[in-house]
Design a protein around this ligand. Structure first.
Ligand SMILES: [Zn+2]
Length: 413
């Protein structure tokens, strides 16, 4: 069974009493009791852990509403996840956001850095605050920028260049805006060495803009969720989709390739016990040479959406559209009316002054995608490909999901 778990390097036996305690807490939740009724009350071994039912987002939300956790000391923070592709969920964390355990194993920042924290602050999104906690531990200078509007990028970039900033962190979607603005304005950040990211998959197109704006800068990634907090990290020597799990977390890969996470940190307020984030992945050896098992993230399992009763592989559609010359990013917007898809829009973000033949791309996507050609057989005009200046983003987190579902009355012109 250990072959499906990431064990901390050097640890023969993980510290499972924390998992047992999480199980005991989950068993007190009336709505979840039937699910745990048939399982042993102890979690002494990895085999027993793997035999537990996985915990889904909705389950954890139900559990937290019942448990209402409180930190042993200091404040209890409430954060919210979801919103792009699902209903919002609440998660809890103590002050510090477990970042001491992250910092003990991963130090992208040091005392000499001037770090721009560009994760949005407020609106119950946790990334800005955990990055601030990491900066506290590193003892660096911090510029707490948060999110800025489109018109402000130019002025702020000038300020950041003057301050000789050495590090910036944000979601890849937001980082793309920063670097694309800098590049198109001919601005450089020559002192920048580090780009921290968290919240979405890395976007390969970012590397091109970073190379033009800050040739010395390298990416440092964190992987996690509002429920698990940071579970794994990587360095510039690791592939962007490969992360090293921290010793305070166990990563498990199910037979269907779904990843689940179990915390070994006794301070963790959320009962993270075989918690599924919706990501698929595999355990692997990282080419960076660090010992122990790394986790390769293979995208989201919930990227197949139902369109008129057929499964549409959104990731494949987005990837095909992004292979089109001139397209820097693509997004699928599904419009629904009373639960039925009335239309699918493929939005393509194009570079400045670049023309993309959307009619040809539309014809190709239509004929090459079984779900689309079948679902829209009688109303093909409801599959559209549109060139846009901006994709649909979550205002709260700055994340740009691969697909967005909206109600027919929200349809933009
Ligand atoms: Zn590595």
């Amino acid at each position: 069974m250990t072959d499906t778990f990431s064990l901390p390097p050097g640890a023969a036996e993980p510290h499972l009493p924390v998992a047992a305690r999480a199980l005991a807490r989950l068993r007190t939740v009336p709505a979840l009791a039937p699910r745990y009724a048939g399982v042993s009350g102890t979690v002494g071994t990895l085999d027993e852990l793997a035999a537990l039912p996985p915990l889904l987002k909705d389950d954890l939300n139900v559990a937290l509403a019942h448990l209402e956790p409180r930190a042993g000391t200091g404040a209890t923070w409430l954060f919210q996840s979801g919103g792009s592709t699902g209903a919002p969920k609440v998660g809890y964390a103590p002050t510090g956001f477990y970042m001491a355990g992250v910092h003990a194993h991963w130090q992208p920042l040091d005392r000499d850095d001037t770090f721009v924290n560009a994760w949005g602050a407020g609106r119950m999104w946790g990334a800005h605050f955990l990055a601030a906690a990491l900066a506290d531990l590193a003892g660096c200078r911090v510029i707490a920028l948060g999110s800025v509007t489109r018109e402000e990028y130019g002025d702020w970039l000038g300020f950041l260049a003057d301050r000789r900033v050495t590090a910036i962190g944000g979601t890849p979607s937001v980082l793309r805006l920063w670097f694309a603005h800098a590049r198109s304005a001919g601005l450089e950040l020559p002192a920048l060495r580090k780009v921290l990211w968290l919240g979405e998959a890395w976007q390969p197109q970012l590397a091109e803009d970073i190379a033009a704006v800050a040739p010395q800068a390298r990416r440092w990634g964190m992987f996690g969720s509002t429920e698990t907090w940071v579970v794994a990290t990587n360095t510039p020597d690791c592939p962007a989709d490969t992360f090293h799990p921290l010793p305070e977390h166990l990563v498990h890969v199910g037979p269907d390739g779904a990843l689940d996470f179990t915390t070994l940190n006794p301070e963790m307020l959320n009962p993270v016990l075989r918690y599924r984030t919706g990501d698929a992945g595999e355990l692997t050896t990282c080419p960076c040479g660090r010992p122990g098992r790394a986790m390769r993230v293979l995208g989201r399992r919930d990227s197949v959406v139902q369109v008129r009763g057929l499964g549409l592989h959104v990731d494949e559609l987005v990837a095909r559209a992004e292979r089109e010359p001139g397209v820097s990013r693509a997004q699928v917007v599904i419009t629904e009316n009373g639960g039925r898809a009335t239309g699918v829009d493929v939005l393509v973000l194009t570079g400045r002054g670049v023309a993309v033949d959307t009619d040809r791309l539309r014809a190709e996507l239509f004929s090459a995608t079984f779900t689309l050609s079948t679902a829209f057989q009688h109303d093909p005009e409801n599959l559209r490909v549109r060139a846009v200046d901006e994709l649909v983003s979550n205002d709260r987190t700055g994340k740009t999901a691969g697909f967005v579902v909206r109600a027919a009355d929200q349809e933009a012109s």
